[in-house]
Structure formats: structure tokens, C-alpha cells
Design a protein around this ligand. Structure first.
Ligand SMILES: C[S@@+](CC[C@H](N)C(=O)[O-])C[C@H]1O[C@@H](n2cnc3c(N)ncnc32)[C@H](O)[C@@H]1O
Length: 257
């Protein structure tokens, strides 16, 4: 029997298999709600953008693979890039365009952009959604010009990641239920080897939400749900480095000349 995204109550949300891209259409109204179902993607986008260096030339291009609704855009402000976003999901791309992203509807495993066009390629929370993720890595590396920078974050293919990111996180308001298929999680060593094969020396570090900030955020969420949906105020939890890459990790690498 296939695992599904939601219980099949007749009047409830439609039942979709895990990692079905149509979930992003059903959740389209959540992307830009800071306390919504995609809240953690906002925190991760800020942490990913911190790995992006300021552009070193006019017209520098950043290609954002699996850009979703363009949550990276505000964190790139002032860095000097043209921000091109590639995604399968049209409802997300419409919102990305509203936030200044130049959008391309397409598959990260066959990107309709030329070799070496990008100064930076970002693949945030994408690879764990792509069954043929090594193909998406090959595309990311192909798009980079020599000296260009790859930044990414994803979930590791470990029992701990399956426990934390699926069994626990899906019971909290941090991760939509059914959004991940744990069978697609990305082995960190294989990822480094794939990048090396395509000329990118990828360095990894584990990341996690800062515990105090996360607990305060969860508390605000609970209080808000008890007061008929008042918007919680307060700083979003920060994403901080952690010693282990066993659950969530970031990667940064430079394309060889
Ligand atoms: C978890 S969201 C991350 C979105 C964005 N990177 C962020 O961090 O806010 C995953 C995104 O990847 C997109 N996606 C999944 N598979 C894809 C593929 N093969 N090619 C392009 N986009 C894909 C989905 O449509 C969704 O927008």
C-alpha cells in the first residue's frame, strides 16, 4: 500500500502520494505566510543566502533550481544578481514572479538554460524531492561557469533523518504532512562524490533550527491557534550550524576552471 499525504476523510484534503508535486498547488496559499506550513523554508532560505557571495560582475546570474515561490529573493537583495528561478510548479512560479524572480517552468533534471550561464546555482530543499537527484546535480554543475558557486541544502539518507524530518517534524507545524518521501533522502557522501565528478568540490556542514527560537515559535503558534488565528509576532528561529550532517545539511562548492 502506498503511503499518502493525508487521511482520506470525504470532506478533508485530497489524498496524494508522498512527494507528489500537486501538494504544492494545494498549499499554494502557504508559501509567503511567515507562520504557515512552509515557515521553515523561510528560515532555511535566509541561511542559504548567507552562503551566496556578493556578485563580482554586472549582470551576474543566480539560478535557483526548485525555486518554489521565490522565498530566497528577499535574502538576495543587494547582492547584485539577476535571480532566475526554475520549478515544475506553476502556482509557485506565479508567486515567485511577483517577488521579482525571472521564472522558467522546467525540470531540474533537464534545465532549459545554457552551459556555464550561472555565477551561482542554488538548490534549496530540492534534491530530496527529485527521484533522479544525481541528474539534477549534474545540471546544477553544468549551469555553473568556472569559479561559480553551488549552494544547497537537503536531508540526509539516514534513519535519524527519517525519524526527525518525517516521523517527528510532520507532527509539528514545521513540515507539511506527506511532503517528503524518505526513500528519496540524499546520501551526503554520494552527493559530494557526484559534485566532484562534475567539477565541484562540495563542502558540507550540518544545520538545524536554534532550539530556543524554535520552541518560542512553536509556543506562539499554539497560542495563535487558540486565539482564532492571530498572527504570532517575534523573530523567526535562526538556522545554526551543528556538528552532525545526519539530518539536515548545507553544501557549498566552487566549480573548477
Ligand atoms: C520544498 S520546496 C523548496 C522550494 C524553495 N527552494 C524554497 O526553499 O523555498 C521544493 C520545490 O521543488 C520543486 N520541485 C520538485 N521536483 C522538481 C523538479 N524535478 N524540477 C524542478 N522543481 C522541482 C517543487 O515544485 C517545489 O517548489
Amino acid at each position: 500500500m502506498r503511503d499518502v499525504a493525508a487521511a482520506g476523510a470525504p470532506t478533508g484534503p485530497r489524498v496524494l502520494p508522498r512527494n507528489d508535486p500537486r501538494q504544492y498547488d494545494d498549499l499554494a496559499g502557504e508559501w509567503w505566510r511567515p507562520d504557515g506550513a512552509f515557515a521553515m523554508l523561510h528560515w532555511l532560505a535566509e541561511a542559504r543566502a548567507a552562503l551566496v557571495p556578493p556578485a563580482t560582475r554586472p549582470d551576474a546570474l543566480l539560478v535557483d533550481l526548485g525555486c518554489g515561490a521565490g522565498l530566497l529573493a528577499p535574502h538576495l537583495a543587494g547582492k547584485g544578481y539577476r535571480h532566475v528561478g526554475v520549478d515544475l510548479t506553476r502556482s509557485a512560479l506565479v508567486q515567485a514572479a511577483e517577488h521579482g524572480v525571472l521564472v522558467v517552468q522546467g525540470d531540474a533534471t533537464a534545465v532549459p538554460l545554457p552551459d556555464g550561464c550561472a555565477d551561482v546555482v542554488s538548490a534549496g530543499e530540492l534534491l530530496e524531492h527529485v527521484p533522479a537527484w544525481p541528474r539534477a546535480v549534474a545540471e546544477a554543475c553544468r549551469l555553473l561557469r568556472p569559479g561559480g558557486v553551488l549552494v544547497l541544502d537537503t536531508l540526509n539518507d539516514t534513519a535519524l533523518a527519517r525519524l526527525v524530518a518525517v516521523r517527528i517534524a510532520e507532527r509539528l507545524p514545521t513540515v507539511p504532512r506527506g511532503i517528503h518521501d524518505p526513500q528519496l533522502f540524499v546520501d551526503s557522501r554520494t552527493l559530494v562524490a557526484e559534485c566532484a565528478r562534475h567539477g565541484v568540490d562540495l563542502r558540507l556542514r550540518g544545520i538545524r533550527p536554534q532550539v530556543g527560537g524554535m520552541l518560542a515559535w512553536l509556543l506562539r503558534r499554539v497560542r495563535a491557534s487558540r486565539t482564532a488565528g492571530a498572527v504570532p509576532t517575534g523573530r523567526a528561529p535562526r538556522i545554526v550550524p551543528t556538528r552532525s550532517t545526519a539530518v539536515l545539511y548545507q553544501g557549498r562548492g566552487v566549480r573548477k576552471g
